[in-house]
Design a protein around this ligand. Structure first.
Ligand SMILES: [Zn+2]
Length: 333
């Protein structure tokens, strides 16, 4: 009786383990390729963010979406990229986070909408989530065009004057720079890069496509709840920011690609955004004139500027940038 029971249990255990190992094998074989790729991708991003491996959920994948015929935006993996497709090649704005996997994913997404090669790249500012893969394009012989201020930021920017770098590494230098504006033509497309002044950094570019009425803003326009930020050690300025956006608004366009945020926006959205920045700048100068101390000024601006909505003054000007911000508003006329 007892022996029979043992035999039955043993048989059941063998059957279960066989079934399980067959199941596990099926899982491995069926999805092996994708799983491996997914794991590598996740690992790369974890490293780039400074060792969040295992803890954080995987970041959303890099994907492409159509904005208008011939115009696409590529979201996630850093700041948004814009892809302008023509029959003679592609014009790209911004290059994603620094790293081979980000570059490869970006190129793979572009390949899903066109087999044309990338001919020109514009980079909106020095931060690695936009400038990260300049080197990859320069190595491929592509013209990478930036404002001269971006190159200066790479060489001598920052509080220590040693030039921009990041946890992911230092972006490479562009091979073409311009001072105020730079126009290129490719097939039927025109692209004009403008530097209207200091906003998030001192080397910002907006890229305007007049024939399709689209403007790519980089981080001069973000649709994140906390709002934008001004990177003072790299030439950013809260007071100049609204003036720069006012210049952009003089262009003829109906569609705006934000530096962050998953959807294209309208000119009306940019008008509303400019008004917020203008209200903040005016309040900052007013409070500084009244002698509001440095330690209180961000909180005072926040509480006295209802236009700000969900934006955070501590995000617009972080602790490390407070001295430079305060000096600027105090000396404003
Ligand atoms: Zn960004």
């Amino acid at each position: 009786m007892q022996k029979k029971l043992v035999m039955i249990l043993l048989a059941a255990a063998v059957a279960m383990s066989t079934t399980f190992s067959l199941y596990a094998q099926g899982q491995r074989e069926g999805r092996g390729g994708d799983d491996k790729k997914g794991a590598q991708r996740g690992e790369g991003k974890g490293d780039a963010r400074g060792g969040q491996r295992g803890a954080a959920p995987p970041p959303p994948p890099i994907t492409i979406k159509m904005v208008k015929p011939g115009v696409y935006m590529v979201v996630n993996g850093g700041g948004n990229s814009t892809v302008r497709v023509t029959d003679q090649g592609i014009i790209l704005v911004d290059t994603k986070n620094l790293g081979n996997q980000f570059y490869n994913d970006l190129m793979a997404q572009i390949k899903t909408v066109s087999s044309q090669p990338v001919k020109y790249v514009f980079v909106t500012h020095v931060h690695q989530d936009h400038a990260g893969n300049i080197g990859k394009f320069v190595e491929s012989g592509v013209q990478v065009i930036t404002n001269e201020g971006l190159k200066k930021n790479l060489q001598t920017g920052g509080a220590d004057g040693k030039g921009y770098t990041s946890n992911a590494g230092k972006p490479a230098e562009p091979n073409v720079t311009y001072t105020k504006s730079k126009k290129i033509k490719l097939d039927s497309a025109t692209a004009v890069a403008y530097h209207f002044g200091r906003a998030p950094t001192g080397g910002d570019t907006v890229v305007y496509f007049p024939d399709v009425k689209v403007v790519c803003m980089g981080d001069e326009f973000v649709t994140l709840p906390n709002g934008p930020n001004a990177d003072y050690p790299f030439g950013g300025s809260v007071l100049e920011f609204p003036k720069v956006i006012a210049q952009v608004l003089k262009l003829d366009f109906d569609t705006v690609i934000p530096g962050h945020g998953n959807d294209p926006m309208t000119k009306a959205d940019l008008v509303a955004y400019q008004k917020k920045l203008d209200a903040i700048a005016k309040k900052a100068v007013e409070l500084a004139k009244k002698g509001t101390p440095k330690e209180q000024i961000r909180q005072q601006i926040q509480s006295q500027t209802p236009e700000m909505g969900t934006w955070q003054m501590t995000g617009l000007v972080n602790d490390a940038r407070l001295d430079m911000f305060y000096n600027e508003v105090k000396s404003a006329k």
